[in-house]
Write a protein that binds this ligand. Structure first.
Ligand SMILES: [Zn+2]
Length: 433
């Protein structure tokens, strides 16, 4: 716990080892300047040109992909999960290995999220946070999804939770999260926060937001202690996480509270309904310090990405590109399709004729369809390379379009094709072969 004299707004001298430089501002179709922008994040392990899609490597691996492939497909950084690595193999192992990047043979920038999402999703949010489509507050605040056992309990000091691996009891607090994340050694860490769901009452959101604010101060204090204590380590940046669900006043207040603290950047977290995503990111972009990067946790759908970029988010992460790949779903400019369909058995075209990824240069839909049907692991690898490349490139294209003033045209073109709802137009000529 920080002592009473700790000032969470006072910066640490080593914070200048991390920086963010704003580049081109996005203009709206009417010519006014919006919150969207390009930029460059500089970390001890290299730069990230923003907007950027960050590949998710939850357990220090982007599932089914060699780190060399992740770099080749253009991903600039990898985000791992502090909760998963704390449980397995343990943060001390990563510390001894020289940190996350060395441990997994990834030389670029790395992120870890705080574990708050995973810990909290074992409790009241379990199985609800994944599907936040409704704002049904009729149930009790501590309701657990039907058929699920509560595995986490939150109090003002931290959270008790049971490991999803062996059921053992663990304690996470702001201080524990900071210690774990310092040992994991990512370039960018997130403050420990309480995740709420859209089902929580406004009263609970207010209470939770105050808890997250106090935890944020404790995270800054512990982070600076560890920065001083762990001599000889690269500086690790700390991002505060903005909660507040769908309430404008709560989001803005959280931005002002955390924005005044000595964070290096910010995460926009928690419950977001798709239709409010742009509005909420916009509130945050208006309130947060302009010279600090903003990360939006957990999005990858093309419309969400463009909305988030337009409203001022700089980086994003999502497990979807590799997760759906393992179910044989692949992205194309005409939408997402599933390679398990019989029509692909004789489709000797690439996953996308417009794609420049390694998979599309060397493999056909027919071959990958066969691998999937034969339950061969290579199908996961080949589709994952393509899907990650698809999302990374879309965000790269958006960055280039902000720079050359064609963002709105690009957005319109991507949307009109991806969401047309037309059947996959590619490969028809080979179906009857
Ligand atoms: Zn491809």
């Amino acid at each position: 716990m920080p002592n009473d004299s700790f000032d969470a707004t006072a910066p640490h001298p080593r914070q200048d080892e991390f920086s963010f430089d704003v580049g081109t501002r996005l203009t709206r179709p009417d010519g006014s300047v919006s919150n969207g922008r390009t930029g460059v994040i500089t970390t001890p392990h290299g730069q990230i040109k923003t907007p950027a899609f960050i590949a998710v490597g939850t357990k220090a691996t982007v599932k089914a992909l060699l780190p060399e492939s992740v770099a080749d497909l253009g991903a600039q950084a990898v985000l791992a999960n502090a909760y998963h690595l704390y449980l397995q193999p343990g943060a001390d192992i990563l510390d001894t290995a020289g940190g996350l990047g060395k441990f997994m043979n990834w030389s670029g920038p790395t992120f870890t999220d705080s574990g708050g999402f995973q810990v909290m999703s074992l409790g009241s949010g379990f199985k609800k946070v994944i599907d936040m489509k409704s704002v049904d507050q009729s149930g009790p605040d501590d309701a657990v999804a039907p058929g699920k056992e509560r595995l986490a309990n939150v109090d003002d000091d931290g959270v008790w939770f049971k490991s999803h691996i062996d059921g053992n009891k663990h304690r996470f607090s702001p201080e524990v999260s900071m210690n774990v994340q310092h040992k994991i050694g990512a370039d960018i860490m997130f403050a420990f926060d309480e995740l709420t769901t859209l089902q929580n009452s406004r009263g609970y959101q207010v209470e939770s937001l105050e808890r997250t604010r106090l935890w944020a101060e404790r995270c800054v204090a512990e982070h600076f202690n560890l920065t001083d204590a762990r001599v000889g380590k690269d500086y690790q940046a700390l991002f505060g996480v903005i909660q507040g669900a769908q309430y404008e006043d709560l989001r803005r207040q959280a931005c002002r509270d955390l924005g005044a603290m000595a964070f290096d950047g910010f995460g926009i977290g928690g419950a977001l309904e798709k239709e409010n995503l742009g509005t909420i990111v916009g509130w945050c972009a208006e309130e947060l310090p302009e010279n600090k990067p903003r990360h939006l946790l957990g999005i990858s759908e093309p419309d969400d990405l463009f909305t988030a970029i337009e409203n001022g988010a700089d980086t994003f992460d999502c497990v979807s590109p590799t997760r759906v790949a393992r179910n044989s779903a692949f992205y194309t400019p005409h939408g997402r399709f599933n390679l398990s369909g019989q029509r692909y058995k004789t489709d000797f075209t690439p996953l996308s004729e417009e794609c420049d990824c390694y998979t599309c240069q060397h493999y056909t839909r027919a071959y990958i369809h066969h691998l999937f049907k034969a339950k061969e692991l290579l199908s996961h690898t080949l589709i994952s390379i393509h899907n990650e490349r698809f999302v990374v490139k879309m965000v790269d294209d958006a960055r280039a379009a902000i720079e050359d003033g064609t963002f709105h045209e690009l957005k319109e073109r991507v949307h009109s094709r991806y969401y047309a709802g037309a059947p996959d137009p590619q490969g028809l000529k080979t179906v009857s072969a």
